[in-house]
Write a protein that binds this ligand. Sequence first.
Ligand code: B12
Ligand code: SF4
Length: 434
Amino acid sequence: MRILLIKCHGRSLMTRLRPIVTEPLELEMIAAVLGGFSESGLTCRIYDPWLEGGSTKRIMDQEKPDILMLSGYVTAVEEIISLADHAKALSKDVAVWVGGVHAEGCPEDFFVPSVDAVFYANALWGLSALLKAHFEQGMDFPYLYETTPGLAFKNLRGEWGRTEPSAEGKAFELPKPDRRYFEAHKHKIRYVAQREVALLKTALSCPHQCEFCYCRLLNGGEYRERPMEDVLQELRGINADTIWIVDDCFLTTAERAEAWIEALEGLADEGIRKRFIAYARADSVVRLQNYVSRLRALGFEEWIVGLEAVEDAQLRQLGKGLEAEDNAGAVSIIREAGARLTALFLVSPDDSAADFRRLEAWIKSHGVRRYTVSILTPLKGTTVYNQYAERMKDPRLARPARFDFLHLVMRPTRMPAWLFYLRFWWLSLGARLK
Ligand code: B12
Ligand code: SF4
């Protein structure tokens, strides 16, 4: 049985400029699960067009997979459906399975004739359970979908249904990724100016509840950390000096920070030292400032912090749950620790010219040089989505491909769209990312 795993990036400015190119960690995790079935004759091939170039459809034509597995974010919905259509046109027998963060929150976006199943919860456990049942019972997949937890699927009558996630699925630990793809393509991997940066995931979802945020809804909204010993084992095996921890919020509690310090000191004794990039919230940086400098000494060189806005009223509107003074505090704590800060800001379609000016002045006066600006883009499933749903009815503005945080998905209210974009890009171009 041949499986083709494809990372779908969609088309947007981000996918053209590509300041950051990562390993397809989710596909490497899936490959690790599939590796467990190699004795049953299962083989798999990962394809990430950003790393290999070429045409995705041509790869599909060459590989002729029995199962096509597609992964992507909201911006890739149209591409995923187009690839599924292409696969079914080549062979109606191919099984087309979709997964990823968007499929987790919005499986119904993939309920089209060319897709067979959507892994919307505890996906890797569901995948493993489905393959195990197939090889042990010798039954075809369509007969097994309805007994696979966490799956949305088309039944034999062509109607879509879904099974509930299971407790066993929830307890499933992430497998250690099969990093052969990273090894083969790492010369193309970059995080702005840094090369060969590996990804590491040590926790699922986020313990915080910011209302605009999609990340906290992942893993059924349950924050869960991987056992430290598992993470350490994975770290020992990563052949890269810089590790980007892609947990939504790495710096959560003093206990977790202490556990990491102890673990990294242990690794240093073994002669293993890495540089780290990680995400944190501004108020956690302030609360755990002592750890920011201790972690700096152990390689934590860069913190990516979603500052979002610089005024209390705006932060309240976003449901961020912290104060503007936390943002200012985080900037100076990270600087004093000798670490780098990449700040993430959000501008809203309801911002006025004065809001843009105040944000720009704050960035300058706090000496923030590395930052990105996103346009508030309410993602389906979040609390703020309902608040803006009425304004996102225009399909020319609110197509999935435009949900890249660089487009207005609704009309701005305080200035014409062209002026909004001018201010947005002016602010964005002021950043120094190197
Ligand atoms: C690091 C990161 C980036 C990096 C690198 C992305 C990458 N690896 O390609 C950069 C900065 C480049 C980036 C860019 C973008 N990102 Co981004 N990113 C993230 C972040 C923080 C971590 C992603 C990650 O590496 N996860 C690690 C992998 C292992 O986990 P996973 O994707 O959740 O996959 C798991 C399951 O879903 C499953 N799975 C995945 N695919 C499949 C497929 C099948 C068939 C199966 C069975 C299972 C399965 O396996 C994994 C095991 O648990 C997430 C936040 C988050 N919590 O996800 C946002 C996030 C994914 N990004 C998001 C967005 C919108 C984007 C952009 C479109 C816009 C932008 N301006 O940032 C671009 C798109 C670029 C692209 N490549 O297409 C959104 C997606 C929302 C959505 N509903 O789709 C998120 C959730 C953040 C947010 N704002 O809410 N991003
Ligand atoms: S914005 Fe950051 S801290 Fe808030 S819920 Fe999302 S990931 Fe967590």
